[in-house]
Write a protein that binds this ligand. Structure first.
Ligand code: ADP
Length: 509
């Protein structure tokens, strides 16, 4: 499938305006994965930016006519997973960032956003109108509300499982049809953002991490501003503390006392954002214990740190805090620090209170040079001993490949996600060679323990999809049957999550 067909581009320009069809070398660079050592590997042929769902439909019809592959993005800030770039080199990025409508139902705590609405846009919208609703934002909140939820991004409040808070979508299907899911299937139904199932099968999750459609509106539940937020910041002294700390927190997570996902992470999380490696050592290879101790002293942190937070009426957050204190009574913690925010206090400026931030992006500077990182995030059962094993094996692989350990364990309702950010300097070819080999070793290690990743970078989507092997890849075969039924020309995001349309299956790596 060739993506750069001049007749197709003339048709796109006629449909949405010449200025929104971007085909120069500079444009191609803009939409590349800026964290990749070789940006050309997944470089798009061009980008086009429609402004309305009707324009998206027109683009999709033209793409079918000329067999042009489209890679939809909302804002394309999916750093660590490929940014704006497509899996398949030469696909055309469908940039939806001009679509910026916001409709808030303040009473019911919901919003309907178009793909271009960023976390900062929505935050400003709510603040300017004094609407007492809070966002859940990812650690680096540069991206869009819709794109993040569709890629199953996570945040730190009790609304942190973003995909789980989706309620109703508007989607342009690969043949240009326009569908609204759930109650939106009934014209002007007032419960589109209120009742998730709808009538008959529910399709919202079908459009998450998939290539079955282009989402043009996304409904999301927002947290009513709580009366108070209370919690504790714990520090733990030793690597081995990870196991019992998880076993102490998880029962409270399971029984609903803790409703957010505490993320227990190591010392490099702070150091990489606030400092550069050069400030600590000139040595290559993983950081030695002396440096780790110096970092911990400077930031007054443990080997591991975790923030636990409760949201709601003060009577309830206070009672919850007492339950948490009791659970940690006599446990060998290094330190704990109380945190409290009460309605009327100025915003804390932190993701745990729903305020978007972008400063964590600074961790790309850790090694100097043109920096970047890649995410590796297997999911495992929420048990301390399994987490300790996972930590030790992964830590050994970081050491073997000479990289600095940067990881956390996020505690979901019933699972642990081991989120790793492998930080690198993409101008260092030796290091980049090691990163690729290390990533493959990490995936092989997870697979050997029957753990799968929840999300991955465009370069490794086939690798990760391949690790879901049950019954000769029955799930991938199902996904591809659906793909072929909905998208016979294979125009939407070929290769996303390892799902290839029939005509392009030979591209699978
Ligand atoms: P962000 O806006 O947070 O930067 P992206 O735009 O990079 O997020 O989106 C993350 C991924 O989710 C994209 O690579 C794409 O595969 C998918 N995606 C994003 N927006 C849409 C959309 N509106 N419709 C379908 N898939 C989307």
């Amino acid at each position: 499938m060739t993506s750069f067909n001049p007749a197709a581009f003339r048709a796109f320009a006629a449909a949405i305006g010449q200025e929104w069809v971007m085909t120069s070398a500079e444009d191609r660079i803009s939409y590349s994965d800026h964290f990749a050592a070789d940006e050309s590997k997944h470089q798009p042929a061009a980008a086009i930016a429609p402004a309305t769902a009707e324009e998206v439909r027109a683009v999709v019809r033209i793409a079918n006519q000329y067999k042009v592959s489209l890679w939809p993005i909302s804002r394309g800030k999916n750093f660590g997973y490929g940014g704006a770039a497509p899996v398949m080199k030469g696909a055309v990025v469908l940039d939806l960032s001009r679509m910026k409508k916001i409709e808030v139902d303040a009473e019911n705590g919901t919003v309907l956003v178009e793909p271009g609405v960023s976390f900062f846009d929505l935050y400003d919208y709510l603040q300017e109108r004094k609407i007492p609703l809070w966002l859940s934002v990812p650690g680096n909140s540069w991206g869009s509300v819709a794109g993040n939820a569709l890629d199953r991004g996570v945040g730190y409040t009790s609304y942190g499982d973003h995909a789980a808070r989706i309620c109703g979508l508007e989607v342009v299907l690969p043949d240009g049809d326009l569908v609204r899911t759930g109650m939106g299937a009934m014209k002007d139904n007032p419960s589109w953002q209120l009742y998730k199932p709808g009538f008959g099968p529910s399709w919202d999750s079908m459009f998450c991490q998939s290539n079955f459609g282009i989402v043009t509106k996304l409904g999301l539940w927002l947290m009513p501003e709580p009366e108070s937020v209370q919690g504790l910041d714990f520090e733990f002294d030793k690597p081995e503390d990870l196991g019992w700390a998880i076993d102490t927190i998880m029962p409270l997570r399971r029984d609903g006392v803790i409703q957010q996902s505490p993320s227990i992470g190591n010392w490099l999380r702070s150091a990489a954002v606030m400092t550069t490696r050069q400030q600590w050592t000139k040595d290559k290879g993983p950081l030695n214990d002396k440096v780790v101790t110096a970092i911990r002293e400077k930031f007054k942190i443990g080997w591991w740190s975790v923030q636990v937070r409760f949201y709601g009426p003060t009577e309830i957050t206070e009672a919850s805090l007492r339950v948490l204190e009791k659970a940690f009574d006599k446990k060998p913690i290094l330190s704990k620090k109380p945190a409290k925010w009460t309605r009327g206090d100025p915003p804390e400026g932190s993701p745990v209170t729903g305020v978007p931030v972008s400063f964590p992006l600074a961790n790309a500077n850790w090694h100097g040079g043109r920096g970047g990182h890649i995410g590796y995030s297997p999911v495992l059962p929420p048990k301390g001993d399994l987490a300790m094993d996972q930590f030790k094996r992964t830590y050994d692989l970081y050491s073997k490949f000479g990289m600095d350990y940067h990881a956390s364990f996020a505690m979901g309702d019933r699972s642990l996600t081991n989120v790793n950010q492998i930080l690198y300097d993409k101008d260092n070819p030796d290091m980049m060679g090691r990163v690729d080999a290390m990533f493959r070793a990490l995936v092989a290690d997870a697979s050997a323990h029957n753990y799968g990743e929840y999300r991955t970078h465009i370069e490794y989507m086939d690798l990760v999809a391949d690790s879901y092997k049950f019954n000769d890849h029955a799930l991938r075969r199902l996904n591809e049957r659906v793909k072929d039924a909905l998208d016979p020309n294979g125009i939407i995001a070929p290769g996303k999550s390892g799902i290839w349309p029939k005509a392009l299956r030979g591209e699978r790596s």
